[in-house]
Design a binder for this molecule. Structure first.
Ligand SMILES: Nc1ncnc2c1ncn2[C@@H]1O[C@H](COP(=O)(O)OP(=O)(O)OP(=O)(O)O)[C@@H](O)[C@H]1O
Length: 247
């Protein structure tokens, strides 16, 4: 058994009175990347919000390194080692790269550590973050989360709006973080890139985990993914095609 990272058991999360995530259970071990895949609106962000304490869970348990944290406010979960790079989160664009890091963690070594993690940012340390490329801004967001040394880092759609080549570079960075010991829970629309760096993948459909597979298995047999979370769209397309052929 690996070092216990994050354990989610039977978590239900509501938005506006509606159950969006229903009875979700999954583990995120330290030292590896766990991938969460699902169609738009399946409930991926809501699940991460529920785990991080952005939204309250209405039932179920969240444990970090075996300690129950689901009744804790968000900042306490973060202090305990749960990092979260939210979808659409932006850098402080008028602050420099260095100031963005120091805002997250004014500790003496945080800037040095961040630049060791992301040497690409070294030359830009005095540059205003708003002038960085999209990929560099995402690196800065990860660096800001990592200087707090989280045991677990949840990343929601880091690739939003970025070219595939840049996303591929970011995936290498994320894989390195996991190799260095962090447990990563990765939500990613570029499924094949995420699966290449992941160990286990969970598929979520309409707020429920419907399948858990090894990433290598999903890469070898893409039809599993197509049937699972593209299933509805292709079923509709096929039935339309059959109707056309019949007509
Ligand atoms: N603030 C909100 N109030 C009510 N319902 C919401 C709210 N935000 C999202 N939802 C609904 O919750 C469901 C899940 O949304 P969520 O953003 O968690 O999905 P997702 O899998 O992350 O999708 P995407 O890939 O598009 O980000 C969707 O049906 C969405 O319409």
């Amino acid at each position: 058994m690996t070092d216990p990272g994050l354990t989610v058991t039977g978590l239900t999360v509501k938005r506006g009175g509606l159950t969006i995530c229903d009875d979700v259970s999954l583990d995120v071990p330290t030292g590896e990347v766990t991938v969460l895949l699902g169609a738009n609106g399946a409930g991926k962000s809501t699940l991460l919000d529920g785990v991080a304490g952005v939204l309250p869970g209405s039932s179920g348990e969240v444990r970090l390194a075996s300690t129950r944290i689901d009744r804790w406010p968000r900042h306490r979960r973060a202090r305990a080692g749960l990092g979260y790079v939210e979808q659409g989160r932006t850098v402080f664009s008028r602050l420099t790269v260095a100031q963005n890091i120091l805002v997250a963690d004014p500790g003496g070594n945080s800037l040095r550590e961040a630049l060791e993690m992301f040497p690409q940012l070294r030359e830009k340390v005095a540059t205003r973050a708003g002038l960085l490329s999209g990929g560099e801004q995402q690196m800065l967001l990860i660096a800001r989360a990592m200087v707090r040394r989280p045991r677990i880092l949840m990343i929601d759609e880091l690739s939003l709006g970025l070219a595939p080549r840049i996303v591929s570079d970011l995936m290498t960075v994320v894989a390195d973080l996991a190799r260095a010991g962090t447990g990563v829970l990765l939500v990613e629309q570029f499924a094949s890139l995420a699966l290449k760096i992941g160990t286990t993948a969970h598929l979520i459909e309409r707020g429920r985990i419907t399948r858990t597979e090894s990433c290598s298995q999903l890469l070898q047999d893409p039809s599993i993914l197509e049937n699972a979370y593209l299933g509805n769209a292709s079923a509709t397309a096929n039935s339309e095609k059959s109707a056309d052929e019949a007509g």
